[in-house]
Design a protein around this ligand. Structure first.
Ligand SMILES: [Zn+2]
Length: 397
């Protein structure tokens, strides 16, 4: 990760010298210690501030171009009446935490998490597992309500854009909660009190990093060997599997044998870039982690974000729609088509298992149109398409 470039982008500067000039720092043109520290603030989107004697919270908010409300939202454990002199508080900077135009990779997740937590301290996170490639799978939690909603993204390596979009949606939600504002017309604080939202934005970090150019040389080489089993799949851009060459969304215990049979008939019987369901259901740490977490959280509703096609799958294997009204609302607001998945791709998925096990609404949202991986330049458009889906799931899920 080129952190300096990333931080400069967030600060709206193209060179270090420009950044130093805008920040009133010594203009050395180099990432010296003081410049690096300020760059790090922009990376996470907040600064630490030590309260001076007789300094008011209003003065701090004015100085950093923020609001008292935003400072309260980002700091736990402040005494009633405000921080005392000498106390160190987090102050948000006037830049987004999750950028729209920087390439994604899994190493950004802890940075986003830190930054969003400083925007809204009610956001919490837990690590569900570590992948064989050494990367954590995180579940984020927000809200206090009885309605439990689970959203997942990044199951497939070349669909990393779904992960970035869920982080962007989470930032929109966090910001709206903080500012007591609306989210696609719904009062965010109301959604927060009504629901408990859990998001697993990146279910397959090893596969995503492979496609994003963030795998180690050894991981890239191992994947390249596996990719040779399916030479027609472009490498690494066609890679959907995890680091071990298993397609995670075929690895769940729902008609898994059927998935094996269909994929074998199509010629896939070994680990590779896509379509291999594994040697047994849940034999991969990523799918096992998602399965265990789903059982523990027991969501009333599941939304799995994939790419691409501009389609929403809402029916179960028998063609039943547990909540047709919500499915139609989401389709209407996003412009996506409500349709049934092809029978050969309705086996072994997280949503397939969830609907079979719980008989509750589960949705696959195939965002965008084009060829995976969808380009970063599609992000603003995709965001507008799926923001209403995100809000409707919280409001009516
Ligand atoms: Zn997918």
């Amino acid at each position: 990760m080129r952190w300096t470039e990333f931080a400069l982008k967030k600060a709206g500067a193209s060179t270090i010298l420009e950044f130093q000039r805008a920040q009133g720092l010594p203009e050395t043109g180099e990432a010296d210690l003081i410049t690096s520290r300020r760059l790090f603030d922009y990376l996470v989107g907040y600064q630490y501030h030590r309260m001076e004697p007789r300094e008011t919270l209003y003065q701090v908010a004015q100085r950093y171009e923020t609001t008292i409300q935003a400072i309260w939202a980002g700091n736990g454990g402040l005494p009633p009446g405000g921080p005392v002199p000498g106390q160190v508080i987090r102050v948000p900077l006037p830049c987004p935490v999750v950028p729209w135009d920087a390439p994604f990779e899994s190493a950004l997740e802890p940075v986003f998490l830190d930054g969003l937590h400083a925007r809204c301290r009610w956001l919490s996170a837990e690590e569900l597992a570590h992948t064989p490639g050494g990367r954590p799978i995180r579940a984020l939690r927000l809200g206090t309500g009885p309605k439990r909603i689970l959203m997942t993204a990044g199951h497939h390596g070349n669909e990393w854009i779904t992960s970035l979009l869920l982080w962007l949606l989470l930032e929109a939600y966090v910001t709206a909660i903080r500012d007591e504002a609306g989210l696609f017309g719904f009062a965010a604080r109301g959604l927060f009190r009504r629901t408990t939202l859990c998001v697993v934005p990146l279910a397959n970090p090893d596969g995503v990093d492979l496609v994003c150019g963030a795998a180690t040389a050894a991981q890239f080489e191992a994947a390249r060997v596996l990719a040779a089993t399916q030479p027609q799949v472009p490498f690494p851009s066609g890679w959907k599997a995890n680091g071990a060459g298993v397609d995670l969304n075929l690895n769940y215990p729902a008609r898994w044998e059927e998935a094996v049979r269909i994929k074998a008939a199509a010629g896939v019987t070994a680990p590779g870039p896509r379509d291999y369901p594994g040697a047994a259901p849940l034999d991969q740490p990523e799918s096992r982690a998602l399965y265990d977490f789903t059982r523990r959280f027991s969501p009333h509703i599941l939304a799995a974000f994939h790419a691409q096609g501009g389609e929403i799958y809402a029916a179960d294997a028998q063609g039943r729609l547990p909540d047709e009204t919500l499915a139609r609302r989401m389709a209407a607001a996003s412009g996506y088509r409500l349709c049934e998945p092809a029978p050969e791709s309705a086996n072994g998925g997280l949503r397939d298992w969830f609907m079979e096990e719980y008989h509750r609404p589960g949705y696959t949202i195939e965002i965008g149109r084009g060829e995976n991986p969808l380009p970063l330049s599609d992000v603003p458009k995709l965001y507008e398409e799926i923001l209403p889906i995100f809000a409707l799931l919280l409001a009516f899920g």
